[in-house]
Design a binder for this molecule. Structure first.
Ligand SMILES: Cc1cc2nc3c(=O)[nH]c(=O)nc-3n(C[C@H](O)[C@H](O)[C@H](O)COP(=O)(O)O)c2cc1C
Length: 134
């Protein structure tokens, strides 16, 4: 599902004539992040609030890169069944990126399972807010 709404996010950027690159999270390297104006991550949460395995490398790489004033956005899907752990990976990435000096371009977005029509509206607002920051 993360792929589905990341396509929606990049679509919103393209509508605004902003060049975007969509990458699988385990393909991203720190240089690409440093070279970009904006960096948006779309993830899911696994196993009682854990980071998905494929995001761990990037999560750890953030410790070695300077995100000072980099505009970032974080969105993720989860399942409300997991209560306090709902979309915990979103919170983990947000905390890490804040600690590294990043500027959160819009309040992180948490989506329950498949995005509803309302969620797509929220994604549009999320991207609009981020775009307004640069
Ligand atoms: C074993 C397992 C553990 C999960 N743990 C969590 C969790 O702790 N928190 C959460 O919000 N979602 C959790 N989820 C839900 C997934 O994040 C959810 O399936 C996904 O975000 C929705 O995408 P999908 O439609 O591709 O499944 C878990 C799912 C599975 C299968």
């Amino acid at each position: 599902m993360a792929v589905y709404y990341s396509l929606w996010v990049t679509g919103q950027f393209k509508k605004n004539m902003i060049e975007t690159t969509l990458l699988e999270i385990d393909e991203v390297d720190s240089r690409q992040i440093q070279d970009s104006d904006v960096f948006i991550i779309c993830i899911y949460t696994y196993d009682l609030g854990s980071l998905p395995y494929e995001t761990e490398k990037l999560y750890n790489e953030f410790d070695n890169i300077n995100l000072d004033s980099k505009i970032v956005g974080i969105c993720g899907s989860g399942d409300l069944f997991y209560k306090d752990y709902f979309c915990n990976a979103v919170d983990l990435f947000e905390r890490k990126m804040r600690n590294r000096g990043a500027m959160i371009g819009s309040e992180s977005l948490k989506i329950h399972l498949s995005p509803s029509r309302k969620d797509f509206e929220k994604i549009a607002i999320f991207t609009k807010e981020i775009i307004s920051k640069f």
